[in-house]
Design a protein around this ligand. Structure first.
Ligand code: G4F
Length: 337
C-alpha cells in the first residue's frame, strides 16, 4: 500500500524537491503552508507537480489547525520543513521566528504524541546551529554555538526532537543539513542573489549588485540530492540524527569568482572593506559593491560538515560539487530570464 506523507513548508525549495522525490516513490503527498504562502507554488509548477499534491492550509502558530490536518489524514511520515528560514530576518522578527521555527515543532510533536505516535517525524535542523564554530569540521556530536534567533529556534527544535524520541519513543529524527542550493532557491539567499544578479547584469537588465560579508565560508551542496537523505533517515531501523554536507567549504567571494568565470565575465577585485568592488575589466563599470545593510548583527563565519555517518549508515554521499552546482544554477537562470 502506498504511504502518505505530510510536508510542511511545501512551497519552499526543499518542499518542492522532496514532494517530487516522494511522488516518484508513489507516496500520496499532502503539502501544507501558511495562508500567505499558498499561492506561491512556482517551484512546484517548475517541477510539473503542482497538480499532484493535496494542499492544506496549516499555520504552525495554531495548534488547532495542526490537529485538524492530523485528524483528517493517516500520515506515515511527516517532514517538518516549514520555518521562518532567513537568518537575517530572524534578527528583525525574533518573536515570529521563535513562534514558527521553534514552537511550531513543539506543536507538531505534541500532536503526533497525542494523535498517532507511530508517525515517523523528520525535523529540518540546520548547520546554523553550530554558529561560531567550536570545531573546524562539524559532526553530529560537535557542540552547538548558535548566533541568531533563527539558529537558536532551530536548536530548540533539534533538542526537542531528541527529547520526544527518548521520552516517548517516537521515531523522530533531525537532519542537520548544511547550506543547500538550487535554481529553486529563494532570491534573498546569497547564492541565488549572486547568480540572478550576475545574469541580469550580463543581459543589461540591472547595473550592479550589492552584497554584505564576502568572507563568510559555507559548505554548499545541491538541494535536490539532500532531500533523498531526509527520506533515507526515516527508512532506518533506528531513529538517529545525521549531518548532510559536502565536506568542502568556500567563501562568498570564491562563489562569485566561479560564477563570473563560468559566465566568461572578465573581472577584477579592487579596494577593501566596505570599499571592495568587483569591476568589469572591459568597461571599468562596477559589477558588485558592498552595502553594510547586508551585514548581520552576528555572523557565522565558517561551516564545513562531515557526512561520514550518513555515508556509513545511509549510503548517502553528495555528488554535485560547488562548480557543478553553480553551472546548474546559471544554466537554469539563463533559461528562465
Ligand atoms: O545565503 P544565506 O542567507 O544563508 P545562511 O545564512 O547561511 O542560511 C541558510 O543556510 C542555513 C543552513 O546552514 C539554513 F539553515 C538557513 O535557513 C538558510 O537556508 O547567507 C550565506 C552567507 C552569510 O554569511 C551572509 O552574511 O552569505 C553572506 N552574505 C553576504 N552578502 C549574504 C549577502 N547573504 C545574503 N542572504 N544576502 C547578501 O547580500
Amino acid at each position: 500500500m502506498s504511504k502518505t506523507a505530510l510536508i510542511t513548508g511545501i512551497s519552499g525549495q526543499d518542499g518542492a524537491y522532496l514532494a517530487n522525490f516522494l511522488l516518484k516513490k508513489k507516496y500520496k503527498v499532502i503539502g501544507s503552508d501558511r495562508r500567505s504562502a499558498r499561492s506561491v507554488n512556482w517551484r512546484l509548477a517548475r517541477l510539473g507537480i503542482e497538480n499532484k499534491i493535496t494542499y492544506e492550509e496549516m499555520e504552525l502558530g495554531e495548534v488547532y489547525e495542526i490537529q485538524r490536518v492530523f485528524k483528517k489524514y493517516k500520515f506515515d511520515e511527516v517532514y517538518n520543513l516549514a520555518a521562518q528560514s532567513f537568518v537575517a530576518t530572524s534578527f528583525r522578527s525574533p518573536l515570529n521566528t521563535a513562534n514558527i521555527t521553534a514552537l511550531g515543532t513543539l506543536r507538531i510533536l505534541e500532536t503526533i504524541r497525542s494523535i498517532n505516535p507511530k508517525i515517523k517525524f523528520y525535523q529540518a535542523s540546520s548547520s546554523e546551529m553550530y554558529g561560531d564554530v567550536l570545531k573546524n569540521i562539524q559532526r553530529e556530536n560537535t557542540p552547538f554555538n548558535p548566533q541568531s534567533p533563527y539558529a537558536i529556534s532551530k536548536l530548540f527544535s533539534h533538542h526537542l526532537t531528541k527529547n520526544y524520541r527518548s521520552s516517548y519513543k517516537l521515531f523522530a529524527v533531525s537532519g542537520i543539513l548544511f547550506n543547500h542550493e538550487s535554481p529553486l532557491r529563494g532570491e534573498e539567499f546569497v547564492t541565488r542573489k549572486i547568480i540572478k544578479g550576475l545574469v541580469y547584469i550580463l543581459k543589461g537588465k540591472i547595473k550592479n549588485l550589492e552584497l554584505g560579508n564576502l568572507y563568510a565560508k559555507r559548505d554548499w551542496g545541491y538541494a535536490k540530492e539532500y532531500v533523498e537523505a531526509m527520506w533515507l533517515m526515516l527508512q532506518q531501523k533506528k531513529p538517529e540524527d545525521f549531518v548532510i554536507s559536502t565536506g568542502q567549504t568556500y567563501s562568498i567571494k570564491d562563489f562569485i569568482n566561479y560564477a563570473t568565470n563560468y559566465l566568461k565575465m572578465d573581472t577584477k577585485w579592487v579596494g577593501n572593506g566596505l570599499n571592495e568592488k568587483l569591476i568589469n575589466k572591459s568597461n571599468n563599470k562596477i559589477i558588485i559593491k558592498i552595502n553594510k545593510k547586508f551585514f548581520r548583527p552576528a555572523e557565522v563565519n565558517f561551516l564545513k560538515g562531515d557526512y561520514k555517518k550518513a555515508l556509513k549508515k545511509l549510503s548517502w554521499k553528495p555528488k554535485v560539487r560547488l562548480k557543478e552546482l553553480i553551472k546548474i544554477m546559471i544554466d537554469e537562470e539563463l533559461k528562465n530570464i
